[in-house]
Design a protein around this ligand. Structure first.
Ligand code: SAM
Length: 179
């Protein structure tokens, strides 16, 4: 089951922090990658740095054409889910979206009206306005029944040794010289 997040409506500078959080949350909670419908290399750089340092093989692709990505995802047999407070509430949609190859779309500012029809399903995480980061986190968790929290992130420079108090980090690989 592949899960890729498509972030649309990103405004460079203004949405830098939230879009970075969308990417980091997607990575930490089991998605395979993030497509960004904006040309903002800083977002890719900062998430790639997280991947180098902490492992896994999460990818970020910037400057994508969101309509083309949706079309291609559908042609390949995947399902396109748009997260919006106006959609079907998650408990009523989970059966339909579980175990599918999912392209999960999150907006920033108001999303284009056409997206509501282009998506196979509009899904709400509660029918109230909140945050794309929170909505994405809950969807990823419900899709994977909490198993994503045991994710195996190999290949990074560092690994956290969970401790009851304090901080322990193992250096498992030499730090890359650039970046
Ligand atoms: N005002 C914008 C609009 O009318 O489309 C929404 C802004 S909201 C902060 C940004 C994104 O968060 C939305 O595009 C949607 O993807 C996500 N979002 C916010 N509340 C949500 C909810 N209850 N369920 C699912 N997604 C939500």
């Amino acid at each position: 089951m592949a899960i890729v997040v498509l972030r649309i409506g990103h405004r460079p500078v203004r949405d830098m922090r939230i879009t970075t959080h969308v990417g980091m949350t997607a990575r930490a909670l089991g998605a395979d990658g993030m497509l960004l419908a904006a040309d903002d290399p800083k977002i890719k750089e900062s998430i790639d740095k997280v991947v180098r340092r902490w492992g896994g093989d999460f990818f970020v692709k910037i400057g994508v054409d969101w309509k083309k990505e949706i079309k291609q995802w559908k042609e390949n047999g995947g399902m396109v889910v748009h997260l919006t407070m106006y959609g079907l509430n998650l408990p009523d949609a989970i059966g339909e979206i579980a175990n599918r190859d999912l392209l999960i779309i999150v907006g920033a500012e108001k999303v284009p009206a056409s997206l509501y029809n282009l998506a196979d399903l509009n899904v709400a995480v509660g029918n109230q306005p909140h945050s794309e980061v929170a909505a994405l986190a809950l969807v990823l968790d419900h899709l994977q029944d909490g198993e994503e929290l045991h994710g195996d992130f190999t290949g990074g420079e560092r690994k956290i040794v969970p401790t009851r108090s304090g901080k322990r980090v193992k250096q498992v690989k030499p730090v890359a010289s650039c970046g």
